[in-house]
Ligand binder design. Sequence first.
Ligand SMILES: Nc1nc2c(ncn2[C@@H]2O[C@H](COP(=O)(O)OP(=O)(O)OP(=O)(O)O)[C@@H](O)[C@H]2O)c(=O)[nH]1
Ligand SMILES: [Mg+2]
Length: 573
Amino acid sequence: MTARRRSPGSGLDLAARIEALDDAVVAARGRLSDAVLEPATSVVERARARMALSGDYTVVALAGSTGSGKSSLFNALAGADLAVPGVRRPTTGQPMAAVWSALATTDMPTGAVRGAGRYAPPGAEVRSGGAHALLDWLEVDVRHVLEAPASGTDWPPGLAAVATGLVLLDLPDHDSVETAHRVLAERLYERVDLLVWVVDPQKYADAALHVRYLRPLAAHADVVVLVLNHADRLSADERGRCVADLARLAAQDGLGTVPVLATSARTGEGIADLRERLVDAARRRAAATDRVRADVRTAARSVLAACGAGPAPLVERDARRRLVDELEQAAGIPAVAEAVRRSATRRAHVATGWPPTRWLASMRADPLRRLGLGAGRGTPGRPDLSRTSLPPFGPVARSRASSAVRAYCDAAMSGTPDSWVLSARARATAVGLGDALDQAVAGTRLVAARPPAWWRTLGWLQWALLVVVVVGLGWLGLLAGASYARLPEPTTPIWWGVPAPTVLAIGGVLAGVLVALTGRLLGAVGARRAASRARRHLRLAVEVVVGERVVDPVSAELLALAQCRDGAQRAAA
Ligand SMILES: Nc1nc2c(ncn2[C@@H]2O[C@H](COP(=O)(O)OP(=O)(O)OP(=O)(O)O)[C@@H](O)[C@H]2O)c(=O)[nH]1
Ligand SMILES: [Mg+2]
């Protein structure tokens, strides 16, 4: 066993690691490719399943190519002819189990069983969590339980120390013409606790063995044993060279620390040593958790390679501001603000202008109403019920909005994996943004509910001045009538050297014009203020839309990335 450097998170227990990997996978779903996530998902499922099953048993599989001597070794280790080794190959088509354990007698009936079919003789007590449940999960139907001794002393020779919970599997090959064998074998390669790779002197350097099977197990050195079988066919020198060469190739595969043994199923050489190692592993009861831990680590590392490490990036404030600026333009907000200004100017004019010419101003259409906006339009709080007459979100505005949204996504997601950026872009879609902005504009109050008080004051003043003018003109008319009818001329008061009715008529007109000019001046100032207030409200409305449609979805992507990285880091530690 090699000493491992402790890293932060390496104190996590295995269950927490499995959950951390699951968190990472859940966070990455739809964001990383299936090629990365599917194996990790299977690892989580297998790990949970194995951890829920008995830890008292250690499942050891004899793996390798056809003819390497797996079945012969299985028999040699069992000390009984359970499997049928063959000269014609491939021989083994179904996996077969041998269970040594005093424990087994309590959860499986004892006795050697040969043949296919699920082993469930009458009266068999099936206890969940026992070897039986474990073999059910592994889908190994052919099972042999070695005869339980009457007392602890009369185990068969060589097996006295084996009351350990060792479950040995003889597997089909992975390299014959029978692809069904490979499928069965590979399914078990992924699930057993400890893998004994049985190779022979001819095929131990096969590229397929190393590239397809051993390299992916680089993190599994604690649960791999290499066995060079058929050792009786080699001279002592050749054997030494072969073992050294196999160890060198294993080191290249990242398995430099695994034991490499030479055995002969024919002569029995090396069998006791191999059995001792397996019994020792079964007694320590660590292989199952070591295997699962290595699986979880390997899967977490591949997720980490895809999602990247480190904290998720923070979105710059500027990026959001730029997006809001662009969408304001795309939604025609400056045009609306300008319409608010011109509408307020017009209304101030109508309210405070000189009454005889006011109607001229009121004849001009209200620019806000022309846009389908303005007082009394829309339903505040229910913008979905109204639509403005702003120019529709045409291709130009739409492409402007989409490129602004894309620029925001790219800025926010910089340094994250491409697939994550694409996912953010897909979620922060610009589709429907035009309508959302239009509704936001429609739902924004642009005109104050009540006109300013000074408008009304000036308006009444104008009417009063008009009355003065009318009185003056009427008076002048009476004087003219009296003079025409040669009636005695009434005395007319003289103000400032001018007859009073003339003062009233001319003064009233001049004062009306003055008040109208004052109204215009104040109206222009008020209209500019109304426009900038409207602009502020419209910007807030655009910000709300941007938040819901773009910023929140992108933040959710960043959060998922942070969760994925955190989970994968904890699982891989
Ligand atoms: N000389 C020698 N022959 C062996 C040894 N181990 C197995 N054999 C022979 O090699 C042949 C194949 O052995 P099996 O045990 O059937 O090999 P296998 O790996 O189970 O093969 P498949 O079931 O086809 O995958 C048989 O004829 C065995 O007798 C060994 O250590 N030395
Ligand atoms: Mg076989």
